[in-house]
Design a protein around this ligand. Structure first.
Ligand SMILES: Cc1ncc(CN)c(N)n1
Length: 232
């Protein structure tokens, strides 16, 4: 075995997992999952105009998220022969169909006209980041990490609003339940396991890219919540 092979063998043996990155970057992870907007839902002081802004902007985000998830699915089919990867991503795609219908129903409940929503700059930045990840140049391990991080932030944030001591207003519980429910939590864990498996096999270079993408997702999530709160 030559030196390069030895290096690549030893890097692939190194234990990497997303839980370790969450601990390593705990303050940014916390900023994304315990944001003042989320805290305000949880303690019942949420400003309803902020909630309505979030709802309209998130509908636009989810529409941009669909082609991103489709691109993850294409990479899963091309780059791995493990059917579990395809199944977990396909499950995510199916959930997005319901999610878009849910946004329409919720928008009419809150008097938000979705066709009139103009994407705000934090949303534009996030959607263009998703687009950049759709390039065939971006490795499957990197996009799987991004996919997990994007979903995990919502799961963690909204599950927090459903904890026993939360004072989330009744009319917002359905929103929190959408991402905070246990089934979605289990699905996120499966996605995390798949991503960990690929990170474990990846080169050091790909792991570095995946970690940078994980951090960038957290920053964009913070900006997205900030955007929802402007003016309070
Ligand atoms: C901004 C954002 N991040 C994550 C999710 C969860 N799919 C979402 N709907 N919107």
């Amino acid at each position: 075995m030559d030196k390069q092979q030895q290096e690549s063998r030893s890097s692939s043996n190194k234990k990497v997992d997303l839980g370790e990155w969450v601990k390593k970057h705990a303050s940014l992870y916390e900023a994304a999952t315990r944001h003042p907007f989320i805290e305000s839902i949880r303690n019942g002081t949420v400003d309803i105009s902020s909630f309505r802004r979030w709802l309209g902007q998130d509908y636009i985000f989810v529409r941009a998220f669909v082609p991103f998830v489709a691109s993850v699915l294409v990479k899963a089919c091309n780059e791995t022969d493990d059917s579990s990867d395809m199944e977990v991503t396909l499950g995510g795609m199916a959930a997005l169909n319901d999610e878009l219908a849910w946004f329409k129903k919720e928008a009419s409940k809150w008097g938000v006209t979705l066709s009139a929503i103009v994407p705000l700059s934090a949303n534009v930045r996030y959607c263009s980041f998703l687009k950049s990840l759709m390039s065939s140049e971006v490795e499957y391990t990197v996009v799987l990490t991004a996919f997990w991080a994007i979903e995990a932030v919502y799961q963690d944030s909204f599950a927090y609003c459903l904890e026993e001591d939360a004072e989330t207003p009744e009319e917002l519980k359905e929103t929190c339940y959408r991402w905070g429910n246990d089934d979605f939590g289990d699905w996120c864990c499966t996605l995390e396991e798949r991503a960990n498996r690929h990170l474990q096999m990846a080169s050091e270079d790909v792991r570095k890219k995946a970690e940078a993408v994980f951090l960038h997702v957290l920053e964009l999530e913070v900006e997205f919540w900030d955007m929802s709160c402007v003016g309070i």
